[in-house]
Design a protein around this ligand. Structure first.
Ligand SMILES: NC(=O)c1ccc[n+]([C@@H]2O[C@H](COP(=O)([O-])OP(=O)(O)OC[C@H]3O[C@@H](n4cnc5c(N)ncnc54)[C@H](OP(=O)(O)O)[C@@H]3O)[C@@H](O)[C@H]2O)c1
Length: 328
């Protein structure tokens, strides 16, 4: 098969469409003929040599895919050759074929075509596990989404709205904020010009945010704690603004608030903290919202997989709203 390989860590041009050995499914795994994969911010780091795959995972970049099951490993039940699926991967997505534990495979949500589905597993599992399973977002909550026009953000806004939350979103330009509004954000904040703490408080009569989904990490920690309402929950999923920052425990304690940080890629497949449990919850509870068109895939760009370098350049330039897909 062909796959995107990395000649050496570096810029987008190190991504090369090369012939590599076909993977074969072990017990408990399925082999997928890939229709499409999608670009994640983590892929840019892996390309630069900063984000190694977990032990045992493919060295090929790619955290999600969609396609057709081509082979089923020993002991797998529930999937058959020919099923159209999408899957959460620990690696290997930028390829014509990939193997994945059966527990990380999902049916296509009703009404979503196989290519568009490639951009759903990573955003769906990240947003659902953090915002719903961990932070318990519910109807009536104020939900602040940072980076509302990105892949994660466009999905998070829709999930928040579908669950009956009042959604606030930050983005870096008027155009991107307009897109956040179309997706369901009622409070929109230009992070280059406005202070999100003041804006969220002003728009909520001083209440603040019950749940914050944060991609920035260190640079936003203190303001994220400030914007939390009493009993608020901050979930940090990214470190675009750095790794280390001081936490005001007094403020947190006074608000009886929670700060958590989680990563998806290095989780085990099984167990109560595992990817399988998240995938099952997403399939059972989020896919019906997608089938009902309350949550839709937001695809900003589709490029041929062999042009992955172009896709990485576009993502690095921040030019796209939603997901960038790589079609085989
Ligand atoms: N922990 C996990 O399991 C997990 C899983 C998936 C993704 N992530 C992380 O989630 C984040 C988003 O991923 P993605 O795939 O959605 O990437 P993306 O599409 O490239 O989005 C990145 C977002 O960051 C926003 N941003 C940049 N500077 C900002 C600032 N100062 N304040 C607020 N937002 C800012 C951008 O907003 P503008 O474009 O409007 O400037 C853009 O929306 C990344 O940090 C990624 O590593 C974590």
């Amino acid at each position: 098969m062909y796959a995107i390989t990395i000649s050496e860590p570096g810029g987008p041009d190190v991504l090369t469409w090369s012939e590599v050995p076909d993977p074969t499914p072990a017990a408990g795994e399925v082999l997928i003929d890939v229709a499409a994969s999608a670009v994640n911010r983590a892929d840019l780091l892996q390309r630069q040599g900063h984000y190694p795959p977990p032990p045992g995972a493919s060295e090929i970049i790619g955290l999600e895919c969609s396609g057709t099951i081509a082979e089923v490993g020993a002991g797998v039940s529930g999937w058959r050759v020919g099923d159209e699926v999408c899957a959460l991967l620990a690696g290997g997505g930028y390829a014509e074929r990939v193997v994945v534990p059966a527990a990380q495979v999902m049916p296509l949500p009703h009404g979503v075509d196989v290519v568009s589905a490639a951009g759903l597993p990573e955003v769906a599992c990240t947003v659902w596990s953090n915002v719903v399973m961990l932070a318990g977002l519910s109807a009536g909550d104020v939900f602040l989404v940072h980076g509302g026009a990105g892949g994660i953000g466009t999905h998070a806004i829709q999930v928040g709205r579908a669950l009956g939350a009042t959604v606030a979103a930050t983005a870096g330009s008027a155009d991107r904020l307009a897109r956040c509004r179309e997706l369901g954000a009622e409070i929109t904040i230009n992070y280059r010009e406005q202070d999100f703490v003041n804006e969220v408080r002003a728009a909520t009569d001083g209440h603040g945010a019950d749940v914050v989904l944060d991609n920035m990490g260190a640079s936003y920690l203190s303001r994220n704690v400030s914007v939390l309402a009493t009993g608020g929950r901050l979930t940090i999923i990214g470190m675009q603004g750095g790794i280390t920052a001081a936490l005001n425990i007094g403020e947190l304690l006074g608000k009886r608030a929670m700060v958590a940080a989680t990563g998806l890629r290095y989780r085990p497949v099984d167990g109560k903290d595992g990817k399988g449990r998240i995938v099952a919850d997403v399939t059972g509870k989020l896919w019906p919202l997608v089938a009902d068109e309350q949550v839709e895939p937001v695809v900003g760009l589709v490029v041929p997989m062999r042009d992955a370098a172009r896709a990485h350049r576009v993502m690095e330039a921040g030019e796209v709203v939603g997901k960038v897909l790589l079609r085989t």
